[in-house]
Design a protein around this ligand. Structure first.
Ligand code: 4AD
Ligand code: MG
Length: 431
């Protein structure tokens, strides 16, 4: 019976067929061992001359790393092997043997070499584990929001105007209509959709032409953006907190072996099931200044500040109430303190930085228009967006969760480039 490697423990003492790629081989007396990977898991294969034809026995020695093969054998209990089982092989069919040695070996390679070979690097155990966890994070987000009655919808990638500010837009010519931009965020369209459908979310690529060369920045990343009519900032904080807990719980429950492959300290992930820490921007300034920084109201919190905050707390930290002048035009001013907005950033523990950013939206047309002007943005392209305030404007809120940053934190990955199949960064567009 054809079987996926991950299912082998359910077929003890049965004869099965598995298909996959050769890992490493070793000899021990008259026995030969080999690992086989099929995408679902890795299994140890045991070859002995008694079980195979002479031809098959001879062809074993020709197998190189990443040769593709079809194997049949009997599943045996072997607590010392990965997955707790091994396969005693009784037939070996070779599909293809590489002509050259596989470039990504088990020894250490530099990041540049690995990124150039990203199309092959994704086959390695840790990279595949990260990509499976990435899938689980997406599933967790969808299952959580779907359960709560959100509608998944789509917003355009080609857009006529900026959403987050004009400094980091990718521009491209669009027929006779002039320049258009790759979307930085689907939010403005998300707001229109929330007025049509109530509670919505989108899951799209977002593009930022930032010249940031850090372990947290991609020029193309995936963002999940919920937008909710009638939600205020506090309801949104509650929603984000339950969502993040659900994501982490689902990864702990269903990705145990992948987290193990990544040597992730899962106790750090379990800690976040406690209530999240909340501090205002002003409290964050005092907290940071007590620790040797010299920040004034209006200063941006830099990456090092976020790391310091994140490393000093076991749970994620919400920072709310940033200065209005530093924040996007659509964020609602706080009636009790108009110098700040009703926003939130969520800082992951262990120094992984900001994973979520969002706010309550300004629902008053006149305030919105003057905020847009303060930001030096033209009014005309936003006329359609103003309509949302002209026709039945209601309080509403939303946020964006960066998929790769969330995955990097859950996996404990050193760099965001490992958390997307084919990363796009300042100096990297290949493969
Ligand atoms: O904080 P940001 O810029 O917020 C927005 O775009 C809002 N319009 C979202 C909304 O309210 N609907 O981005 C949201 C998240 C960040 O917290 C971060 O996780 C991720 O997107 N992000 C990036 N991830 C990777 N590389 C980059 N260059 C990123 N920029 C933002
Ligand atoms: Mg942000």
């Amino acid at each position: 019976m054809l079987c996926e490697v991950s299912q082998l423990p359910n077929f003890l003492e049965k004869k099965v067929i598995v298909r996959g790629w050769v890992g490493h081989k070793r000899k021990s007396g008259k026995i030969r061992f080999m690992t086989l990977r099929d995408g679902s898991a890795v299994v140890q294969l045991v070859f002995s001359a008694d079980e195979l034809s002479d031809g098959e026995w001879a062809s074993f020695s020709e197998l190189k790393q990443e040769s593709s093969v079809v194997i049949s054998g009997v599943v045996r209990n072997e607590p010392r092997a990965p997955g707790g089982v091994e396969l005693l092989v009784n037939s070996l069919e070779i599909v293809q043997i590489p002509e050259q040695h596989y470039p990504v070996t088990h020894k250490e390679h530099g990041p540049d070499f690995l990124l150039t070979h990203r199309h092959l690097w994704i086959r390695s155990r840790k990279q595949a584990a990260i990509l499976r966890i990435r899938h689980m994070v997406s599933r967790a987000i969808r299952s959580f929001l779907d359960e709560q009655g959100f509608v998944e919808t789509s917003t355009p990638i080609l857009t006529p105007n900026a959403c987050e500010g004009t400094t980091d837009l990718f521009t491209l010519p669009y027929f006779d209509l002039g320049d258009v931009y790759l979307s930085q965020s689907g939010q403005l369209y998300g707001e229109a959709l929330a007025m049509a459908l109530g509670k919505v979310y989108t899951f799209t690529p977002a593009f930022r032409a930032e010249r940031s060369k850090t372990r947290k920045h991609l020029t193309e990343f995936w963002m999940m953006e919920p937008e909710m009519a009638w939600y205020d900032r506090d309801m949104t904080l509650e929603l984000i907190e339950s969502l993040i807990k659900h994501i982490v719980q689902m990864c702990l429950d269903r990705c145990e072996s992948d987290l193990h492959v990544l040597e992730r300290d899962t106790s750090a992930l379990r800690n976040i099931l406690a209530p999240f820490k909340r501090m205002t921007y002003k409290e964050a300034l005092s907290w940071l200044n007590e620790r040797g920084r010299a920040l004034n109201f209006g200063d941006n919190l830099g990456a090092e500040d976020e790391v310091l905050i994140g490393e000093s707390h076991e749970v994620p930290v919400f920072i709310t109430g940033y200065p209005a002048k530093n924040r996007a035009f659509y964020m609602k001013l706080d009636d009790t303190d108009p110098d700040v907005v009703l926003d939130m950033d969520l800082i992951a523990p262990e120094g992984f930085g900001e994973i979520v950013g969002g706010s309550q939206r300004e629902e008053k047309l006149d305030v919105l228009k003057s905020r847009l002007k303060d930001h030096g943005l033209p009014q005309k392209p936003f006329e359609w967006y103003f309509d949302l305030r002209r026709y039945g404007s209601v309080p509403h809120s939303g946020f964006g969760l960066g998929l790769e940053r969330t995955v990097a934190w859950i996996c404990g990955a050193a760099h965001i480039r490992e958390c997307i199949p084919f990363p796009r960064m300042l100096y990297r567009i290949q493969p």
